[in-house]
Design a protein around this ligand. Structure first.
Ligand code: FES
Length: 163
């Protein structure tokens, strides 16, 4: 999806502080994260103090303050997932990708983060990959998933370059 210019997102919201969360949601959706520059622009355009924009953006887990990889893996470390081996999954992802939670691989393909519950405890341990849920995961299944996603993203990239 081509990012919408920030001005377009803020159109019709100027001087309307109550539009803060909706504006941040649209920025998150279109850019994948909320940059410092975007926060400053939102603050000026909506008339909300910058500290308040930052407080809201950093409070909600749905808002990212740093760019993610093109494939974002959310590892659940909640109790149900933890007792079923979530720690091993996180170690597998970190080792295989060479990154820690909160980081992006140098090729920009992967990023990982962990959360305390994805709300599907009966299917633990679970990983969310972009919009898809992978349940009853094992380190072996995760290794295959990452390999297949990497191949797919590499082919996608090569195809885009060739066009
Ligand atoms: S603890 Fe992992 S989904 Fe709830």
């Amino acid at each position: 999806m081509e990012p919408l210019p920030l001005e377009k997102i803020l159109e019709g919201r100027r001087s309307q502080p109550h539009q803060l969360i909706e504006a941040l949601q649209d920025i998150q959706e279109h850019y994948g994260y909320i940059s410092k520059e975007a926060m400053k622009t939102v603050s000026q355009e909506l008339g909300v103090p910058l500290i308040e924009v930052y407080r809201v953006a950093s409070f909600y887990k749905a808002f990212k303050l740093k760019p993610c990889g093109r494939t974002h893996l959310v590892m659940c470390m909640g109790t149900a997932c933890h007792v079923r081996g979530a720690r091993l999954l996180l170690e597998q992802a970190s080792r295989q990708l060479g990154i820690e939670p909160g980081q992006v691989t140098p090729d920009g393909i992967f990023s990982i983060e962990f959360v305390n519950c994805l709300g599907t405890c009966a299917l633990a341990p679970i990983i969310r990959q972009d919009g898809s849920y992978h349940h009853h995961m094992t380190p072996g299944k995760l290794r295959k998933l990452i390999d297949s996603l990497r191949n797919h993203k590499t082919q996608e990239h090569a195809y885009a370059q060739a066009k």
